[in-house]
Design a protein around this ligand. Structure first.
Ligand code: GRF
Length: 225
Protein backbone atom coordinates (compact mmCIF):
# COMPACT_ATOMS: atom_id res chain seq x y z
CA UNK A 1 0.00 0.00 0.00
CA UNK A 2 1.54 3.29 -1.14
CA UNK A 3 2.21 5.70 1.75
CA UNK A 4 -0.34 8.51 1.91
CA UNK A 5 0.59 11.84 0.38
CA UNK A 6 1.46 14.06 3.35
CA UNK A 7 -0.29 17.43 3.39
CA UNK A 8 0.30 20.40 5.69
CA UNK A 9 -2.28 23.20 5.87
CA UNK A 10 -1.43 26.77 6.83
CA UNK A 11 -4.47 28.76 7.97
CA UNK A 12 -5.06 32.04 9.81
CA UNK A 13 -8.83 31.87 10.19
CA UNK A 14 -11.85 29.65 10.69
CA UNK A 15 -10.50 26.76 8.65
CA UNK A 16 -13.49 25.51 6.63
CA UNK A 17 -11.11 24.70 3.74
CA UNK A 18 -8.96 22.80 6.24
CA UNK A 19 -12.02 20.95 7.48
CA UNK A 20 -12.99 20.01 3.93
CA UNK A 21 -9.51 18.58 3.38
CA UNK A 22 -9.48 16.71 6.70
CA UNK A 23 -12.88 15.20 5.88
CA UNK A 24 -11.80 14.21 2.35
CA UNK A 25 -8.34 12.91 3.28
CA UNK A 26 -9.17 9.99 5.52
CA UNK A 27 -9.80 6.24 5.25
CA UNK A 28 -8.76 5.02 1.79
CA UNK A 29 -8.03 8.50 0.37
CA UNK A 30 -4.45 8.77 -1.05
CA UNK A 31 -3.67 11.90 1.02
CA UNK A 32 -3.56 12.77 4.70
CA UNK A 33 -3.50 16.11 6.53
CA UNK A 34 -0.51 15.54 8.83
CA UNK A 35 0.10 19.05 10.14
CA UNK A 36 -1.72 22.36 10.64
CA UNK A 37 0.18 25.60 11.11
CA UNK A 38 -1.19 29.02 12.00
CA UNK A 39 0.15 32.49 12.70
CA UNK A 40 -2.97 33.11 14.82
CA UNK A 41 -3.16 31.28 18.18
CA UNK A 42 -6.95 31.89 18.20
CA UNK A 43 -7.56 30.51 14.71
CA UNK A 44 -10.58 28.26 14.43
CA UNK A 45 -8.42 26.11 12.18
CA UNK A 46 -6.33 25.09 15.22
CA UNK A 47 -9.45 23.95 17.06
CA UNK A 48 -10.50 21.92 14.00
CA UNK A 49 -7.07 20.29 13.91
CA UNK A 50 -7.25 19.39 17.61
CA UNK A 51 -10.77 18.02 17.14
CA UNK A 52 -9.53 15.81 14.28
CA UNK A 53 -6.39 14.72 16.15
CA UNK A 54 -4.10 16.44 13.63
CA UNK A 55 -0.83 17.89 15.04
CA UNK A 56 -1.01 21.69 15.07
CA UNK A 57 1.55 24.40 15.77
CA UNK A 58 1.43 28.19 16.12
CA UNK A 59 4.09 30.06 14.15
CA UNK A 60 5.37 32.65 16.64
CA UNK A 61 7.13 34.46 13.79
CA UNK A 62 5.63 33.70 10.33
CA UNK A 63 8.58 35.52 8.74
CA UNK A 64 11.01 32.96 10.23
CA UNK A 65 11.65 30.79 7.17
CA UNK A 66 13.98 28.42 9.00
CA UNK A 67 11.35 27.59 11.61
CA UNK A 68 8.67 27.05 8.95
CA UNK A 69 10.97 24.86 6.84
CA UNK A 70 11.86 22.82 9.96
CA UNK A 71 8.19 22.27 10.87
CA UNK A 72 7.31 21.14 7.31
CA UNK A 73 10.41 18.95 7.10
CA UNK A 74 9.91 17.29 10.46
CA UNK A 75 6.53 16.00 9.26
CA UNK A 76 7.91 14.91 5.86
CA UNK A 77 5.34 17.13 4.16
CA UNK A 78 4.82 16.49 0.43
CA UNK A 79 2.44 19.39 -0.20
CA UNK A 80 1.88 22.63 1.73
CA UNK A 81 -1.60 24.16 1.32
CA UNK A 82 -2.30 27.80 2.21
CA UNK A 83 -6.00 27.98 3.03
CA UNK A 84 -6.91 31.38 4.37
CA UNK A 85 -3.29 32.03 5.40
CA UNK A 86 -2.76 35.78 5.52
CA UNK A 87 1.01 36.02 5.89
CA UNK A 88 3.54 36.14 3.06
CA UNK A 89 5.60 32.94 2.96
CA UNK A 90 9.32 33.74 3.30
CA UNK A 91 11.20 33.49 0.01
CA UNK A 92 13.50 30.67 1.17
CA UNK A 93 10.48 28.52 2.02
CA UNK A 94 8.78 29.32 -1.31
CA UNK A 95 11.98 28.23 -3.07
CA UNK A 96 12.36 25.08 -0.92
CA UNK A 97 8.74 24.16 -1.75
CA UNK A 98 8.75 25.20 -5.41
CA UNK A 99 5.92 23.29 -7.07
CA UNK A 100 4.83 21.79 -3.74
CA UNK A 101 3.04 24.76 -2.14
CA UNK A 102 -0.43 25.88 -3.28
CA UNK A 103 -2.85 28.61 -2.23
CA UNK A 104 -6.60 28.88 -2.70
CA UNK A 105 -8.08 32.27 -3.49
CA UNK A 106 -11.79 33.17 -3.64
CA UNK A 107 -11.75 34.80 -7.09
CA UNK A 108 -10.69 34.10 -10.69
CA UNK A 109 -7.03 35.18 -10.57
CA UNK A 110 -5.31 37.22 -11.78
CA UNK A 111 -8.42 39.37 -11.28
CA UNK A 112 -9.23 40.48 -7.75
CA UNK A 113 -5.98 39.20 -6.24
CA UNK A 114 -2.73 40.52 -4.84
CA UNK A 115 -1.61 42.23 -1.63
CA UNK A 116 -4.55 43.24 0.59
CA UNK A 117 -7.10 41.33 -1.50
CA UNK A 118 -8.48 38.79 0.95
CA UNK A 119 -11.74 37.91 2.68
CA UNK A 120 -14.71 40.16 1.99
CA UNK A 121 -12.55 42.75 0.23
CA UNK A 122 -12.35 40.34 -2.70
CA UNK A 123 -16.11 39.93 -2.98
CA UNK A 124 -16.74 43.64 -2.46
CA UNK A 125 -14.40 44.36 -5.38
CA UNK A 126 -16.11 41.73 -7.57
CA UNK A 127 -19.55 43.21 -6.87
CA UNK A 128 -18.29 46.76 -7.40
CA UNK A 129 -16.89 45.71 -10.78
CA UNK A 130 -20.28 44.50 -11.99
CA UNK A 131 -18.84 41.09 -12.89
CA UNK A 132 -21.55 38.47 -13.42
CA UNK A 133 -19.13 35.60 -12.86
CA UNK A 134 -16.65 35.15 -10.02
CA UNK A 135 -15.04 31.92 -8.90
CA UNK A 136 -12.10 30.39 -7.08
CA UNK A 137 -8.52 29.65 -7.98
CA UNK A 138 -5.77 27.34 -6.78
CA UNK A 139 -2.26 28.41 -7.74
CA UNK A 140 1.33 27.60 -6.94
CA UNK A 141 2.72 29.93 -4.30
CA UNK A 142 5.39 32.38 -5.45
CA UNK A 143 7.12 35.25 -3.65
CA UNK A 144 4.24 37.62 -4.41
CA UNK A 145 0.65 37.33 -3.13
CA UNK A 146 -1.63 35.41 -5.51
CA UNK A 147 0.76 35.59 -8.46
CA UNK A 148 1.97 32.00 -8.96
CA UNK A 149 1.00 29.73 -11.91
CA UNK A 150 -2.68 28.74 -11.90
CA UNK A 151 -3.33 25.07 -11.06
CA UNK A 152 -7.14 25.02 -11.26
CA UNK A 153 -10.07 27.44 -11.36
CA UNK A 154 -13.83 27.14 -11.20
CA UNK A 155 -16.44 29.77 -12.17
CA UNK A 156 -19.23 30.77 -9.78
CA UNK A 157 -22.17 32.93 -10.91
CA UNK A 158 -22.77 36.30 -9.25
CA UNK A 159 -26.45 36.96 -8.48
CA UNK A 160 -27.86 40.46 -8.95
CA UNK A 161 -28.98 40.52 -5.30
CA UNK A 162 -25.64 39.24 -3.97
CA UNK A 163 -23.99 40.86 -0.98
CA UNK A 164 -20.29 40.25 -0.22
CA UNK A 165 -21.46 37.72 2.39
CA UNK A 166 -23.77 35.78 0.07
CA UNK A 167 -21.16 35.72 -2.70
CA UNK A 168 -18.42 34.67 -0.24
CA UNK A 169 -20.59 31.81 0.97
CA UNK A 170 -21.36 30.57 -2.56
CA UNK A 171 -17.72 30.76 -3.63
CA UNK A 172 -16.56 29.03 -0.43
CA UNK A 173 -18.59 25.90 -1.16
CA UNK A 174 -16.78 25.61 -4.53
CA UNK A 175 -13.40 26.37 -2.96
CA UNK A 176 -13.79 23.31 -0.76
CA UNK A 177 -14.50 21.08 -3.75
CA UNK A 178 -11.76 22.61 -5.93
CA UNK A 179 -9.14 22.28 -3.21
CA UNK A 180 -10.03 18.65 -2.55
CA UNK A 181 -9.88 17.88 -6.30
CA UNK A 182 -6.42 19.46 -6.60
CA UNK A 183 -4.99 17.75 -3.50
CA UNK A 184 -6.31 14.30 -4.41
CA UNK A 185 -5.09 14.67 -8.01
CA UNK A 186 -1.65 15.65 -6.68
CA UNK A 187 -1.65 12.64 -4.35
CA UNK A 188 -2.48 10.32 -7.24
CA UNK A 189 0.10 11.89 -9.57
CA UNK A 190 2.81 12.22 -6.92
CA UNK A 191 2.95 15.97 -7.51
CA UNK A 192 0.78 19.00 -8.30
CA UNK A 193 -0.96 18.66 -11.69
CA UNK A 194 -3.02 21.28 -13.49
CA UNK A 195 -6.76 20.51 -13.60
CA UNK A 196 -9.22 21.60 -16.29
CA UNK A 197 -13.03 21.51 -16.09
CA UNK A 198 -14.54 18.45 -17.79
CA UNK A 199 -16.84 19.05 -20.74
CA UNK A 200 -19.75 17.86 -18.60
CA UNK A 201 -20.29 21.54 -17.85
CA UNK A 202 -21.17 23.46 -14.74
CA UNK A 203 -22.85 21.10 -12.34
CA UNK A 204 -23.42 20.86 -8.60
CA UNK A 205 -20.10 19.14 -8.06
CA UNK A 206 -16.68 20.15 -9.25
CA UNK A 207 -15.71 17.75 -12.01
CA UNK A 208 -12.09 18.26 -13.01
CA UNK A 209 -9.53 16.12 -14.76
CA UNK A 210 -5.75 16.40 -14.95
CA UNK A 211 -4.74 18.46 -17.98
CA UNK A 212 -3.84 16.58 -21.19
CA UNK A 213 -1.49 13.63 -20.88
CA UNK A 214 1.68 15.55 -21.79
CA UNK A 215 1.17 17.86 -18.84
CA UNK A 216 4.01 17.10 -16.45
CA UNK A 217 3.91 17.54 -12.71
CA UNK A 218 3.85 21.27 -12.14
CA UNK A 219 6.70 20.88 -9.71
CA UNK A 220 9.06 20.39 -12.63
CA UNK A 221 7.55 23.23 -14.62
CA UNK A 222 6.86 25.63 -11.82
CA UNK A 223 9.92 27.72 -12.56
CA UNK A 224 9.17 27.97 -16.25
CA UNK A 225 5.41 28.49 -16.18
C1 GRF B 1 -11.27 31.37 1.84
O1 GRF B 1 -12.22 32.14 1.14
C2 GRF B 1 -9.98 31.35 1.08
O2 GRF B 1 -10.15 31.36 -0.32
C3 GRF B 1 -9.36 32.65 1.51
O3 GRF B 1 -9.66 32.76 2.90
C4 GRF B 1 -10.85 32.04 3.15
C5 GRF B 1 -10.54 31.01 4.20
O4 GRF B 1 -11.67 30.49 4.65
N1 GRF B 1 -7.95 32.65 1.26
P1 GRF B 1 -11.57 29.27 5.71
O5 GRF B 1 -10.72 29.76 6.87
O6 GRF B 1 -10.95 28.12 5.01
O7 GRF B 1 -13.00 29.03 6.09
Amino acid sequence: MKAAYRVAVLASGGGTNLQALIDACRDSAPARVVLVLSDNPKAGALARAREAGVPAQVLADPADGRRLTEALGSYQVDLAVLAGYLKLVPRDVVDAFAGRMINIHPALLPSFGGRGMYGHRVHEAVLASGATVSGCSVHLVSAEYDRGPIVAQWPVPVAREDTPESLAQRVLTFEHQLLIAVVLAAARAGGVVRLVPRASGFGPTVDLVPASSESRKLGAQSRTL
